[in-house]
Design a protein around this ligand. Structure first.
Ligand code: ATP
Length: 231
């Protein structure tokens, strides 16, 4: 059985301590994200932002409190099906010495050229790719070409989008690019996020003006919650 995921996320008094270090990274955190919302998580380095994203992907179980997806406890949801509905854009792009096409379709079988092209268009990297002689067959890495930081980032976004995820998580992936590239990517974010629950972890508050909700973490706790205007 592969039930649909709608993308409603709820944290109820969630706490989490990394078992290996004993660091309590998330402390009694509660919030509600409605399907389709754009939520930004900000906070200083070490405040628990990535840990929150990890908990949403269920890389770990909570120590106490509850995470619910569409009203169902996350720990009772089929994990493979759930993860297949999450598009995750990591902090650091990971590209293979392979074609651009295979880098975008990474890990998926039976992907058509059309799907790869659509993902590239939505991630605003299509025009860059078709400018290369070999287009989507262009090799990256040691035996191929080197993409710019922004292009890499957008290939990584295309890789997340090709899954047609219900939940999209950007883990601080924009802090690694310059402001111009960031603006370029953000310009397309509205289109990218349409109809998806989107969670953007960021450092710069300017990045997240349009968020439906901003969650400010400090030392594992939520210290503020609201829209850009409210905060
Ligand atoms: P940054 O902005 O630097 O990415 P962050 O806000 O994402 O920081 P986290 O990475 O969630 O913060 O870290 C929260 C706390 O948990 C920190 O004290 C960190 O040292 C600790 N931590 C993070 N990952 C692990 C891990 N895999 N094992 C043990 N402790 C961890």
């Amino acid at each position: 059985e592969k039930p649909e995921i709608e993308g409603n996320i709820s944290f109820k008094n969630v706490s989490f301590t990394y078992p290996d270090t004993g660091i309590e990274a998330i402390k009694n955190v509660s919030f509600e994200i409605k399907k389709g919302q754009f939520v930004a998580i900000i906070g200083r380095t070490g405040s628990g932002k990535s840990t929150l994203a990890n908990l949403i992907m269920r890389m770990y179980d909570t120590d106490s409190g509850k995470i619910e997806i569409d009203g169902k406890e996350l720990r009772n949801i089929n994990l493979n099906n759930y993860r297949s509905k999450i598009g995750f854009v990591p902090q650091e792009v990971f590209l293979f010495s392979d074609t651009i096409k295979n880098n975008i379709a990474f890990g998926l079988s039976e992907i058509s050229e059309g799907q790869v092209e659509t993902a590239a268009k939505n991630a605003a990297v299509y025009n860059n790719i078709v400018d290369f002689d070999q287009k989507f067959e262009t090799m990256l890495g040691e035996r191929g070409i080197t993409l710019s930081g922004g292009q890499k980032q957008r290939v990584s976004i295309a890789r997340a989008l090709i899954k047609e995820p219900k939940i999209l998580i950007f883990d601080d992936c924009l802090s690694a690019v310059d402001t111009k590239t960031e603006e370029e990517i953000l310009g397309n974010l509205g289109t990218i996020m349409k109809g998806k629950t989107s969670i953007l972890i960021a450092h710069r508050i300017s990045t997240i003006k349009n968020a439906d909700q901003i969650i400010v973490l400090d030392n594992g706790e939520i210290i503020e919650k609201g829209t850009h205007n409210e905060l």
